[in-house]
Ligand binder design. Structure first.
Ligand code: AMP
Length: 229
């Protein structure tokens, strides 16, 4: 009798440990922020920018990242150091990565550092859903589904250094994508508030845009600059 209850106890311990392990590997986020960046607003700040040896990136929005986030506004980060960025896993995506996800940091480099940072910090937190190749190919695919610059240009909003109302920018993106974006501003070296990054939300499988369950914090002026690049 005693032996049997010991065995049952052992089984319960084993099952709870197993459950905990499964839980810790399970997805710990509710949706993604898909973040695109206007390069002109990265480069005209006090920090400045550098281009890779391949030259100046296109005058277009570039990908910053695909970030797992929770409905309460918090987010997981650096989830799996045992699965570090491995460029050889995305060798077939390299030319698209260079044009759609360009690095701008100094000193000039080939972009592996930027992509590696994004995978290690954010990508590892959605690895139960998207492996390394799918993580990057999903982000590249999302970019082709919404052409932000075209959406803005269609509404008469051009990267010409003039000011546009924040509302007109949001409306133009909503009109084109069907979803309300969140706009992040930064300041140029003269202190003007400008259009820096556009956040759109994506469901937890990375397959379609959704309305954002929660927006990040921070604010732009009512009227913001759209610098040239
Ligand atoms: P994250 O940690 O994903 O929020 O990304 C922020 C980091 O990415 C900061 O170190 C930024 O300086 C860097 N970063 C943002 N945009 C770029 C870019 N276009 N090229 C290189 N690094 C960037």
């Amino acid at each position: 009798m005693r032996k049997q209850s010991n065995n049952i106890l052992l089984l319960i311990k084993f099952l709870s440990l197993h459950y905990l392990l499964v839980l810790s590997a399970a997805q710990d986020f509710d949706f993604f922020y898909f973040v695109q960046q206007w390069p002109g607003s990265y480069c005209d700040t006090n920090q400045g920018c550098c281009y890779p040896g391949t030259g100046k990136p296109a005058s277009d929005f570039g990908i910053h990242g695909l970030w797992p986030n929770r409905n309460d506004g918090s987010y997981p980060s650096n989830c799996d150091s045992s699965n570090p960025f491995d460029a050889s896993k995305i060798s077939d995506l390299m030319s698209q990565m260079k044009s759609e996800w360009p690095t701008l940091s100094c000193p000039s480099n080939d972009g592996l550092k930027f992509w590696g940072h994004e995978w290690d910090k954010h990508g590892t937190c959605s690895e139960s859903v998207l492996d390394q190749h799918s993580y990057f190919s999903t982000a590249l695919g999302l970019k082709t589904n919404i052409n932000l610059l075209q959406a803005l240009e269609n509404a008469g909003i051009h990267p010409d250094g003039s000011e546009y109302s924040l509302t007109s920018i949001k409306d133009a993106i909503k009109e084109a994508s069907g979803y309300t974006p969140w706009i992040q501003c930064n300041t140029d070296s003269s202190g003007n508030s400008q259009l820096y990054q556009v956040y759109l939300c994506v469901d937890s499988s990375g397959s379609s845009f959704v309305e954002c369950p929660v927006f990040p914090h921070g604010s732009c002026g009512a009227s913001i600059e759209f610098p040239s690049f």
